[in-house]
Design a protein around this ligand. Structure first.
Ligand SMILES: *[C@@H]1O[C@H](CO)[C@@H](O)[C@H](O)[C@H]1NC(C)=O
Ligand SMILES: *[C@@H]1O[C@H](CO)[C@@H](O)[C@H](O)[C@H]1NC(C)=O
Ligand SMILES: *[C@@H]1O[C@H](CO)[C@@H](O)[C@H](O)[C@H]1NC(C)=O
Ligand SMILES: *[C@@H]1O[C@H](CO)[C@@H](O)[C@H](O)[C@H]1NC(C)=O
Ligand SMILES: *[C@@H]1O[C@H](CO)[C@@H](O)[C@H](O)[C@H]1NC(C)=O
Length: 458
Protein backbone atom coordinates (compact mmCIF):
# COMPACT_ATOMS: atom_id res chain seq x y z
CA UNK A 1 0.00 0.00 0.00
CA UNK A 2 1.48 3.36 -0.93
CA UNK A 3 0.44 6.73 0.38
CA UNK A 4 1.29 10.21 -0.78
CA UNK A 5 3.22 10.59 2.39
CA UNK A 6 5.89 8.14 3.46
CA UNK A 7 4.22 5.65 5.82
CA UNK A 8 7.04 5.73 8.35
CA UNK A 9 6.17 9.31 9.22
CA UNK A 10 2.80 8.22 10.49
CA UNK A 11 4.33 5.85 12.95
CA UNK A 12 7.08 8.20 13.95
CA UNK A 13 4.54 10.40 15.64
CA UNK A 14 3.89 8.52 18.87
CA UNK A 15 7.60 7.63 19.10
CA UNK A 16 8.94 11.04 18.29
CA UNK A 17 10.41 11.84 21.66
CA UNK A 18 12.33 8.63 21.88
CA UNK A 19 13.88 8.69 18.42
CA UNK A 20 15.19 12.06 17.46
CA UNK A 21 16.00 12.54 13.82
CA UNK A 22 19.70 13.14 14.62
CA UNK A 23 20.47 9.68 15.86
CA UNK A 24 21.74 8.44 12.52
CA UNK A 25 23.11 5.17 13.89
CA UNK A 26 19.72 4.00 14.99
CA UNK A 27 17.97 5.19 11.90
CA UNK A 28 18.08 2.16 9.63
CA UNK A 29 17.12 -0.29 12.35
CA UNK A 30 14.27 1.92 13.34
CA UNK A 31 13.09 2.33 9.79
CA UNK A 32 12.89 -1.42 9.33
CA UNK A 33 11.08 -1.80 12.62
CA UNK A 34 8.72 0.99 11.78
CA UNK A 35 8.00 -0.30 8.34
CA UNK A 36 7.16 -3.66 9.84
CA UNK A 37 4.99 -2.18 12.55
CA UNK A 38 3.25 0.16 10.14
CA UNK A 39 2.34 -2.79 7.96
CA UNK A 40 0.93 -4.53 11.03
CA UNK A 41 -0.86 -1.40 12.10
CA UNK A 42 -2.31 -0.85 8.66
CA UNK A 43 -3.54 -4.39 8.69
CA UNK A 44 -5.17 -4.01 12.06
CA UNK A 45 -6.73 -0.66 11.37
CA UNK A 46 -7.77 -1.10 7.79
CA UNK A 47 -8.76 -4.71 7.73
CA UNK A 48 -10.34 -5.50 11.03
CA UNK A 49 -13.07 -2.86 11.16
CA UNK A 50 -14.22 -3.37 7.63
CA UNK A 51 -13.82 -6.99 6.71
CA UNK A 52 -15.25 -8.38 9.89
CA UNK A 53 -18.56 -6.61 10.29
CA UNK A 54 -19.80 -7.04 13.81
CA UNK A 55 -21.89 -10.16 14.01
CA UNK A 56 -24.80 -10.35 16.34
CA UNK A 57 -26.69 -13.36 17.47
CA UNK A 58 -30.09 -11.74 17.35
CA UNK A 59 -30.74 -12.24 13.63
CA UNK A 60 -33.05 -15.15 14.17
CA UNK A 61 -35.36 -13.19 16.44
CA UNK A 62 -35.50 -10.08 14.28
CA UNK A 63 -37.95 -7.59 15.66
CA UNK A 64 -39.56 -5.03 13.40
CA UNK A 65 -39.18 -1.50 14.66
CA UNK A 66 -42.09 -0.05 16.60
CA UNK A 67 -43.20 3.54 16.59
CA UNK A 68 -41.86 5.07 19.78
CA UNK A 69 -42.45 8.56 18.51
CA UNK A 70 -45.58 10.58 18.87
CA UNK A 71 -46.23 11.34 15.22
CA UNK A 72 -47.39 9.79 11.98
CA UNK A 73 -46.01 10.36 8.51
CA UNK A 74 -47.94 9.84 5.29
CA UNK A 75 -46.03 8.95 2.12
CA UNK A 76 -47.57 10.26 -1.09
CA UNK A 77 -47.97 7.70 -3.83
CA UNK A 78 -46.75 9.91 -6.67
CA UNK A 79 -46.43 8.84 -10.32
CA UNK A 80 -43.25 6.87 -10.97
CA UNK A 81 -41.86 9.48 -13.34
CA UNK A 82 -41.05 11.55 -10.22
CA UNK A 83 -38.95 8.92 -8.49
CA UNK A 84 -38.21 5.32 -9.38
CA UNK A 85 -39.14 5.89 -13.03
CA UNK A 86 -36.11 8.18 -13.29
CA UNK A 87 -33.85 5.24 -12.48
CA UNK A 88 -34.56 3.61 -15.84
CA UNK A 89 -32.32 6.31 -17.22
CA UNK A 90 -29.60 5.74 -14.60
CA UNK A 91 -26.77 5.96 -17.12
CA UNK A 92 -27.70 9.58 -17.81
CA UNK A 93 -28.77 10.84 -14.40
CA UNK A 94 -25.44 12.53 -13.81
CA UNK A 95 -23.32 14.20 -16.44
CA UNK A 96 -20.09 13.01 -14.78
CA UNK A 97 -20.88 9.47 -13.65
CA UNK A 98 -22.89 6.43 -14.58
CA UNK A 99 -25.31 6.28 -11.65
CA UNK A 100 -26.51 2.72 -12.30
CA UNK A 101 -24.30 1.06 -9.65
CA UNK A 102 -25.19 3.82 -7.16
CA UNK A 103 -28.97 3.57 -7.38
CA UNK A 104 -29.02 -0.13 -6.49
CA UNK A 105 -30.02 -1.39 -3.03
CA UNK A 106 -32.42 1.52 -2.43
CA UNK A 107 -29.60 3.98 -3.07
CA UNK A 108 -27.08 2.37 -0.71
CA UNK A 109 -25.11 1.36 -3.81
CA UNK A 110 -22.76 -1.59 -4.18
CA UNK A 111 -21.88 -3.66 -1.10
CA UNK A 112 -18.24 -3.22 -0.08
CA UNK A 113 -17.73 -6.93 0.23
CA UNK A 114 -19.43 -9.85 -1.33
CA UNK A 115 -21.11 -12.78 0.28
CA UNK A 116 -23.62 -12.68 3.10
CA UNK A 117 -25.25 -9.66 4.54
CA UNK A 118 -23.25 -6.49 4.85
CA UNK A 119 -23.82 -3.06 6.31
CA UNK A 120 -21.03 -1.38 4.31
CA UNK A 121 -21.73 0.08 0.87
CA UNK A 122 -19.97 2.35 -1.64
CA UNK A 123 -22.72 4.94 -1.22
CA UNK A 124 -22.75 7.93 -3.59
CA UNK A 125 -22.61 11.35 -1.90
CA UNK A 126 -25.70 12.76 -3.65
CA UNK A 127 -28.10 9.86 -3.12
CA UNK A 128 -29.66 10.65 0.29
CA UNK A 129 -33.11 11.13 -1.30
CA UNK A 130 -33.34 7.46 -2.27
CA UNK A 131 -32.21 6.15 1.11
CA UNK A 132 -34.54 8.61 2.86
CA UNK A 133 -37.43 7.33 0.75
CA UNK A 134 -36.70 3.70 1.55
CA UNK A 135 -36.34 4.47 5.25
CA UNK A 136 -39.66 6.35 5.44
CA UNK A 137 -41.48 3.64 3.49
CA UNK A 138 -40.43 1.14 6.14
CA UNK A 139 -40.84 3.54 9.04
CA UNK A 140 -42.86 2.25 11.99
CA UNK A 141 -44.62 5.64 12.31
CA UNK A 142 -45.83 5.60 8.72
CA UNK A 143 -49.59 5.91 8.37
CA UNK A 144 -51.76 4.92 5.43
CA UNK A 145 -54.49 7.31 6.53
CA UNK A 146 -53.77 10.85 5.38
CA UNK A 147 -56.49 12.36 7.57
CA UNK A 148 -54.58 11.62 10.76
CA UNK A 149 -51.09 12.27 9.44
CA UNK A 150 -48.93 14.92 11.10
CA UNK A 151 -46.56 15.29 8.15
CA UNK A 152 -46.71 14.47 4.44
CA UNK A 153 -43.66 13.23 2.60
CA UNK A 154 -43.43 13.82 -1.15
CA UNK A 155 -40.85 11.30 -2.39
CA UNK A 156 -39.54 13.24 -5.39
CA UNK A 157 -36.01 12.33 -6.56
CA UNK A 158 -35.40 16.00 -7.35
CA UNK A 159 -31.62 15.77 -7.02
CA UNK A 160 -31.28 12.96 -9.53
CA UNK A 161 -33.59 14.88 -11.82
CA UNK A 162 -31.63 18.13 -11.41
CA UNK A 163 -28.29 16.49 -12.21
CA UNK A 164 -29.74 14.78 -15.25
CA UNK A 165 -30.63 18.14 -16.85
CA UNK A 166 -27.69 20.30 -15.74
CA UNK A 167 -26.70 20.84 -19.35
CA UNK A 168 -30.20 21.56 -20.65
CA UNK A 169 -30.09 25.04 -22.21
CA UNK A 170 -33.84 25.46 -22.49
CA UNK A 171 -34.82 26.54 -18.98
CA UNK A 172 -38.47 25.65 -19.45
CA UNK A 173 -37.40 22.12 -20.24
CA UNK A 174 -34.92 22.05 -17.38
CA UNK A 175 -37.67 22.88 -14.88
CA UNK A 176 -40.35 20.75 -16.49
CA UNK A 177 -40.54 17.75 -14.17
CA UNK A 178 -40.19 19.87 -11.02
CA UNK A 179 -43.04 22.12 -12.14
CA UNK A 180 -45.23 19.10 -12.91
CA UNK A 181 -44.47 17.64 -9.47
CA UNK A 182 -45.54 20.83 -7.71
CA UNK A 183 -48.73 20.98 -9.80
CA UNK A 184 -49.48 17.39 -8.86
CA UNK A 185 -48.92 17.79 -5.12
CA UNK A 186 -50.66 21.12 -4.75
CA UNK A 187 -53.78 19.74 -6.39
CA UNK A 188 -54.11 17.02 -3.75
CA UNK A 189 -56.84 17.31 -1.16
CA UNK A 190 -54.45 17.17 1.81
CA UNK A 191 -52.34 19.98 0.48
CA UNK A 192 -55.17 22.41 1.13
CA UNK A 193 -55.32 21.53 4.80
CA UNK A 194 -52.43 23.94 5.41
CA UNK A 195 -51.30 25.12 1.98
CA UNK A 196 -48.49 22.60 2.01
CA UNK A 197 -47.00 23.69 5.31
CA UNK A 198 -47.03 20.14 6.67
CA UNK A 199 -45.58 18.74 3.45
CA UNK A 200 -41.90 18.12 2.87
CA UNK A 201 -39.32 17.13 0.28
CA UNK A 202 -35.98 15.42 1.02
CA UNK A 203 -33.36 16.03 -1.66
CA UNK A 204 -29.90 14.52 -1.98
CA UNK A 205 -28.15 17.54 -3.50
CA UNK A 206 -27.40 21.05 -2.23
CA UNK A 207 -30.08 23.76 -2.12
CA UNK A 208 -28.10 25.74 -4.71
CA UNK A 209 -29.06 23.15 -7.33
CA UNK A 210 -32.72 24.13 -6.88
CA UNK A 211 -32.38 27.87 -6.49
CA UNK A 212 -31.70 29.30 -9.91
CA UNK A 213 -32.32 33.00 -9.80
CA UNK A 214 -32.94 35.29 -12.74
CA UNK A 215 -29.98 37.43 -11.74
CA UNK A 216 -27.43 34.62 -11.95
CA UNK A 217 -24.78 35.62 -14.40
CA UNK A 218 -23.29 32.17 -14.49
CA UNK A 219 -25.47 29.14 -15.11
CA UNK A 220 -24.50 26.29 -12.79
CA UNK A 221 -27.29 24.11 -14.05
CA UNK A 222 -29.77 24.69 -11.24
CA UNK A 223 -33.52 24.43 -11.66
CA UNK A 224 -36.13 26.57 -9.89
CA UNK A 225 -37.84 24.02 -7.66
CA UNK A 226 -37.09 25.79 -4.38
CA UNK A 227 -37.92 29.22 -5.80
CA UNK A 228 -41.50 28.26 -6.59
CA UNK A 229 -43.97 30.00 -4.20
CA UNK A 230 -45.82 26.79 -3.39
CA UNK A 231 -42.55 25.04 -2.52
CA UNK A 232 -41.66 27.92 -0.22
CA UNK A 233 -44.62 26.85 1.93
CA UNK A 234 -43.16 23.34 2.24
CA UNK A 235 -40.19 22.21 4.29
CA UNK A 236 -37.27 21.23 2.08
CA UNK A 237 -34.50 19.01 3.37
CA UNK A 238 -31.19 19.10 1.49
CA UNK A 239 -27.64 17.99 2.26
CA UNK A 240 -26.69 21.69 2.18
CA UNK A 241 -29.07 24.55 2.91
CA UNK A 242 -28.90 28.16 1.86
CA UNK A 243 -27.53 29.53 5.13
CA UNK A 244 -28.98 33.06 4.86
CA UNK A 245 -32.42 32.87 3.30
CA UNK A 246 -33.38 29.26 3.82
CA UNK A 247 -36.16 29.72 6.37
CA UNK A 248 -37.89 26.40 5.76
CA UNK A 249 -34.73 24.72 4.49
CA UNK A 250 -33.13 22.14 6.74
CA UNK A 251 -29.83 20.36 6.45
CA UNK A 252 -29.73 16.56 6.51
CA UNK A 253 -26.51 14.54 6.57
CA UNK A 254 -24.73 13.35 3.47
CA UNK A 255 -24.80 9.56 3.52
CA UNK A 256 -21.58 7.81 4.48
CA UNK A 257 -20.77 4.12 3.94
CA UNK A 258 -22.17 2.46 7.06
CA UNK A 259 -25.83 1.38 7.00
CA UNK A 260 -26.31 -0.95 9.95
CA UNK A 261 -29.15 -3.44 10.31
CA UNK A 262 -29.11 -3.60 14.08
CA UNK A 263 -28.32 -1.31 16.99
CA UNK A 264 -25.68 -3.69 18.21
CA UNK A 265 -23.72 -3.35 14.96
CA UNK A 266 -23.69 0.37 15.57
CA UNK A 267 -22.61 0.05 19.19
CA UNK A 268 -19.83 -2.36 18.22
CA UNK A 269 -18.57 0.10 15.62
CA UNK A 270 -18.62 3.01 18.09
CA UNK A 271 -16.58 0.96 20.56
CA UNK A 272 -14.08 0.10 17.85
CA UNK A 273 -13.63 3.79 17.03
CA UNK A 274 -13.09 4.54 20.74
CA UNK A 275 -10.24 2.07 20.95
CA UNK A 276 -8.49 2.54 17.61
CA UNK A 277 -4.92 3.93 17.72
CA UNK A 278 -4.65 7.40 16.18
CA UNK A 279 -1.01 8.13 15.39
CA UNK A 280 -1.74 11.19 13.20
CA UNK A 281 -2.47 14.51 14.82
CA UNK A 282 -4.45 15.51 11.74
CA UNK A 283 -5.22 14.57 8.17
CA UNK A 284 -6.68 15.99 5.00
CA UNK A 285 -8.55 14.10 2.31
CA UNK A 286 -9.26 16.22 -0.74
CA UNK A 287 -7.92 18.05 -3.74
CA UNK A 288 -7.36 21.55 -4.96
CA UNK A 289 -10.11 23.61 -6.53
CA UNK A 290 -9.17 25.97 -9.28
CA UNK A 291 -10.45 29.54 -9.22
CA UNK A 292 -12.96 29.12 -6.39
CA UNK A 293 -12.53 31.76 -3.73
CA UNK A 294 -14.13 29.85 -0.91
CA UNK A 295 -11.87 26.86 -1.66
CA UNK A 296 -8.63 28.86 -1.65
CA UNK A 297 -8.01 27.59 1.87
CA UNK A 298 -7.48 24.14 0.36
CA UNK A 299 -4.13 25.09 -1.17
CA UNK A 300 -3.04 26.27 2.24
CA UNK A 301 -4.19 23.07 3.98
CA UNK A 302 -2.48 20.85 1.45
CA UNK A 303 0.74 22.82 1.87
CA UNK A 304 0.65 22.73 5.67
CA UNK A 305 -0.25 19.07 5.77
CA UNK A 306 2.54 18.15 3.37
CA UNK A 307 5.04 20.07 5.49
CA UNK A 308 4.00 18.50 8.78
CA UNK A 309 5.25 15.13 9.94
CA UNK A 310 2.08 14.78 12.02
CA UNK A 311 -0.37 15.07 9.13
CA UNK A 312 -1.48 12.40 6.69
CA UNK A 313 -2.69 13.60 3.33
CA UNK A 314 -4.79 11.75 0.79
CA UNK A 315 -4.80 13.82 -2.36
CA UNK A 316 -7.76 13.69 -4.68
CA UNK A 317 -6.39 14.62 -8.07
CA UNK A 318 -8.57 14.27 -11.12
CA UNK A 319 -8.61 10.62 -12.02
CA UNK A 320 -7.24 9.69 -8.59
CA UNK A 321 -9.37 6.83 -7.44
CA UNK A 322 -7.94 6.12 -3.98
CA UNK A 323 -9.85 8.95 -2.41
CA UNK A 324 -13.06 7.41 -3.74
CA UNK A 325 -12.18 4.11 -2.09
CA UNK A 326 -14.23 4.09 1.13
CA UNK A 327 -11.80 1.91 3.07
CA UNK A 328 -8.81 4.05 2.18
CA UNK A 329 -10.64 7.22 3.18
CA UNK A 330 -12.00 5.85 6.45
CA UNK A 331 -8.59 4.30 7.19
CA UNK A 332 -6.83 7.67 7.00
CA UNK A 333 -9.49 9.27 9.19
CA UNK A 334 -9.52 6.48 11.76
CA UNK A 335 -5.74 6.96 12.16
CA UNK A 336 -6.21 10.68 12.87
CA UNK A 337 -7.33 12.75 15.85
CA UNK A 338 -8.43 15.75 13.77
CA UNK A 339 -9.76 15.86 10.21
CA UNK A 340 -9.56 19.11 8.24
CA UNK A 341 -12.81 20.01 6.45
CA UNK A 342 -12.27 22.79 3.94
CA UNK A 343 -15.09 24.07 1.72
CA UNK A 344 -14.94 22.75 -1.82
CA UNK A 345 -17.37 23.25 -4.67
CA UNK A 346 -19.85 24.30 -2.00
CA UNK A 347 -19.65 24.91 1.75
CA UNK A 348 -20.40 21.38 2.89
CA UNK A 349 -18.62 18.11 2.26
CA UNK A 350 -19.54 14.49 2.49
CA UNK A 351 -16.11 14.04 4.02
CA UNK A 352 -17.34 15.64 7.28
CA UNK A 353 -19.65 12.67 7.79
CA UNK A 354 -16.93 10.15 6.93
CA UNK A 355 -14.80 11.87 9.60
CA UNK A 356 -17.53 11.64 12.24
CA UNK A 357 -18.10 8.00 11.37
CA UNK A 358 -14.36 7.46 11.93
CA UNK A 359 -14.45 9.21 15.31
CA UNK A 360 -12.18 11.94 13.93
CA UNK A 361 -12.79 15.44 15.35
CA UNK A 362 -13.68 17.77 12.44
CA UNK A 363 -11.83 21.07 11.96
CA UNK A 364 -13.86 23.73 10.12
CA UNK A 365 -12.81 26.87 8.27
CA UNK A 366 -16.30 28.13 7.47
CA UNK A 367 -19.34 28.15 9.81
CA UNK A 368 -21.42 27.02 6.84
CA UNK A 369 -19.68 23.67 6.52
CA UNK A 370 -21.54 22.42 9.59
CA UNK A 371 -22.82 24.87 12.22
CA UNK A 372 -25.45 26.68 10.11
CA UNK A 373 -26.46 23.50 8.31
CA UNK A 374 -27.40 20.57 10.53
CA UNK A 375 -29.09 22.25 13.50
CA UNK A 376 -31.43 19.31 14.12
CA UNK A 377 -28.44 17.07 14.66
CA UNK A 378 -25.82 19.03 16.57
CA UNK A 379 -25.17 19.91 20.20
CA UNK A 380 -25.41 23.64 20.91
CA UNK A 381 -21.80 23.94 21.97
CA UNK A 382 -19.78 23.67 18.76
CA UNK A 383 -16.54 23.42 20.71
CA UNK A 384 -17.71 20.19 22.29
CA UNK A 385 -17.33 18.28 19.02
CA UNK A 386 -15.27 20.42 16.60
CA UNK A 387 -12.51 22.98 16.14
CA UNK A 388 -13.08 26.23 14.26
CA UNK A 389 -10.28 28.14 12.60
CA UNK A 390 -10.53 31.50 10.95
CA UNK A 391 -7.98 33.20 8.68
CA UNK A 392 -5.92 34.25 11.67
CA UNK A 393 -5.18 30.88 13.13
CA UNK A 394 -5.52 28.71 10.02
CA UNK A 395 -1.97 29.66 9.06
CA UNK A 396 -0.65 27.53 11.92
CA UNK A 397 -2.88 24.50 11.99
CA UNK A 398 -0.45 22.10 13.59
CA UNK A 399 0.48 24.62 16.27
CA UNK A 400 -3.17 25.33 17.13
CA UNK A 401 -4.21 21.69 17.20
CA UNK A 402 -1.29 20.54 19.31
CA UNK A 403 -2.25 23.10 21.96
CA UNK A 404 -5.48 21.25 22.65
CA UNK A 405 -4.88 19.04 25.67
CA UNK A 406 -5.14 15.27 25.53
CA UNK A 407 -8.06 15.27 27.97
CA UNK A 408 -9.96 17.78 25.83
CA UNK A 409 -9.30 15.67 22.74
CA UNK A 410 -10.69 12.61 24.50
CA UNK A 411 -13.86 14.46 25.54
CA UNK A 412 -14.44 15.90 22.07
CA UNK A 413 -13.90 12.55 20.43
CA UNK A 414 -16.39 10.96 22.80
CA UNK A 415 -18.97 13.57 21.74
CA UNK A 416 -18.22 12.90 18.07
CA UNK A 417 -18.59 9.15 18.53
CA UNK A 418 -21.88 9.67 20.38
CA UNK A 419 -23.13 11.62 17.34
CA UNK A 420 -22.47 8.77 14.88
CA UNK A 421 -25.95 7.16 15.09
CA UNK A 422 -27.80 10.43 14.34
CA UNK A 423 -25.59 11.08 11.32
CA UNK A 424 -26.03 7.56 9.97
CA UNK A 425 -28.65 6.32 7.53
CA UNK A 426 -29.57 2.96 9.00
CA UNK A 427 -30.33 0.14 6.58
CA UNK A 428 -33.85 0.58 5.19
CA UNK A 429 -34.65 -3.00 6.20
CA UNK A 430 -33.11 -2.67 9.66
CA UNK A 431 -34.58 -4.76 12.44
CA UNK A 432 -33.66 -4.70 16.10
CA UNK A 433 -32.67 -1.08 15.59
CA UNK A 434 -33.78 1.20 18.39
CA UNK A 435 -31.36 4.12 18.00
CA UNK A 436 -32.43 7.33 16.27
CA UNK A 437 -30.86 7.57 12.80
CA UNK A 438 -30.66 10.57 10.44
CA UNK A 439 -34.19 9.97 9.13
CA UNK A 440 -35.74 9.51 12.58
CA UNK A 441 -34.23 12.79 13.76
CA UNK A 442 -35.55 14.66 10.70
CA UNK A 443 -39.07 13.23 10.95
CA UNK A 444 -39.30 14.01 14.64
CA UNK A 445 -38.20 17.61 14.06
CA UNK A 446 -40.65 18.07 11.16
CA UNK A 447 -43.53 16.67 13.19
CA UNK A 448 -42.76 18.92 16.12
CA UNK A 449 -42.70 21.91 13.82
CA UNK A 450 -45.92 20.92 12.06
CA UNK A 451 -47.78 20.42 15.33
CA UNK A 452 -46.84 23.84 16.60
CA UNK A 453 -47.72 25.75 13.43
CA UNK A 454 -50.45 24.02 11.46
CA UNK A 455 -53.83 25.69 11.36
CA UNK A 456 -56.42 23.11 10.45
CA UNK A 457 -58.89 24.52 8.00
CA UNK A 458 -60.37 21.52 6.27
C1 LIG B 1 -48.88 12.34 21.89
O1 LIG B 1 -50.02 11.77 21.29
C2 LIG B 1 -51.18 11.74 22.14
C3 LIG B 1 -52.29 11.00 21.43
O2 LIG B 1 -52.46 11.48 20.13
C4 LIG B 1 -51.56 13.17 22.52
O3 LIG B 1 -52.68 13.16 23.36
C5 LIG B 1 -50.40 13.85 23.17
O4 LIG B 1 -50.70 15.21 23.42
C6 LIG B 1 -49.15 13.78 22.32
N1 LIG B 1 -48.01 14.30 23.04
C7 LIG B 1 -47.20 15.18 22.50
C8 LIG B 1 -46.05 15.58 23.37
O5 LIG B 1 -47.30 15.61 21.38
C1 LIG C 1 -35.28 -4.44 1.60
O1 LIG C 1 -36.29 -5.41 1.48
C2 LIG C 1 -37.04 -5.33 0.27
C3 LIG C 1 -38.16 -6.33 0.35
O2 LIG C 1 -37.66 -7.60 0.67
C4 LIG C 1 -36.13 -5.53 -0.92
O3 LIG C 1 -36.87 -5.40 -2.13
C5 LIG C 1 -35.02 -4.48 -0.88
O4 LIG C 1 -34.10 -4.70 -1.93
C6 LIG C 1 -34.29 -4.54 0.45
N1 LIG C 1 -33.36 -3.44 0.50
C7 LIG C 1 -32.03 -3.59 0.57
C8 LIG C 1 -31.19 -2.37 0.55
O5 LIG C 1 -31.49 -4.67 0.66
C1 LIG D 1 -38.16 25.28 -24.65
O1 LIG D 1 -38.94 24.13 -24.32
C2 LIG D 1 -40.35 24.37 -24.31
C3 LIG D 1 -41.03 23.14 -23.74
O2 LIG D 1 -40.56 21.97 -24.34
C4 LIG D 1 -40.80 24.75 -25.71
O3 LIG D 1 -42.20 24.99 -25.72
C5 LIG D 1 -40.04 26.00 -26.15
O4 LIG D 1 -40.36 26.30 -27.47
C6 LIG D 1 -38.54 25.81 -26.02
N1 LIG D 1 -37.87 27.08 -26.23
C7 LIG D 1 -36.86 27.22 -27.06
C8 LIG D 1 -36.27 28.58 -27.16
O5 LIG D 1 -36.42 26.28 -27.72
C1 LIG E 1 -48.64 29.64 1.53
O1 LIG E 1 -49.34 29.54 2.76
C2 LIG E 1 -50.04 30.70 3.13
C3 LIG E 1 -50.61 30.51 4.52
O2 LIG E 1 -51.29 29.31 4.62
C4 LIG E 1 -51.11 31.02 2.10
O3 LIG E 1 -51.78 32.21 2.43
C5 LIG E 1 -50.44 31.17 0.73
O4 LIG E 1 -51.44 31.34 -0.25
C6 LIG E 1 -49.62 29.94 0.41
N1 LIG E 1 -48.89 30.14 -0.84
C7 LIG E 1 -49.11 29.41 -1.92
C8 LIG E 1 -48.33 29.80 -3.13
O5 LIG E 1 -49.84 28.47 -1.93
C1 LIG F 1 -9.21 30.49 15.95
O1 LIG F 1 -9.70 31.81 16.10
C2 LIG F 1 -11.09 31.90 16.35
C3 LIG F 1 -11.52 33.35 16.36
O2 LIG F 1 -10.43 34.21 16.44
C4 LIG F 1 -11.41 31.22 17.68
O3 LIG F 1 -12.79 31.26 17.91
C5 LIG F 1 -10.96 29.78 17.60
O4 LIG F 1 -11.17 29.15 18.86
C6 LIG F 1 -9.49 29.69 17.23
N1 LIG F 1 -9.19 28.29 17.03
C7 LIG F 1 -8.15 27.70 17.60
C8 LIG F 1 -8.00 26.26 17.33
O5 LIG F 1 -7.37 28.30 18.28
Amino acid sequence: MTYTKNQTKIDLYPEKKKYSKNKETLKSTILILLLFSSICLLFLILKSPFTSPPQTTSFTTSLPRTCHHNFTVYVYDIPKEFNIGLLNNCRHLNIYTNMCPHVTNNGLGQPLHRGGRTSWFATHQFIAEMIFHARVENHPCRTWEPHNADIFYVPFYGGLYASSVFREQNLTKRDELAVRLVDFVSSQRWWRRSNGRDHFLALGRTAWDFMRSNSDTEDFGANKLMQMPRVKNMSVLTVERQPWKGVKHFGIPYPSYFHPYTSSEMVTWQNKMRRVKRPNLFSFVGGKRKGLEKAAIRDELIKQCAESSHCEILKCESGGSRCHDPMTVLGVMARSRFCLQAPGDSFTRRSTFDAILSGCIPVFFSPHTMYTQYMWYLPDDRRSYSVFMDEKNSSRIEHELSRISESEVVLMRETVIDLIPRFTYAHPNATNYDLLDAVDVALEALAKQARSKVVYSL
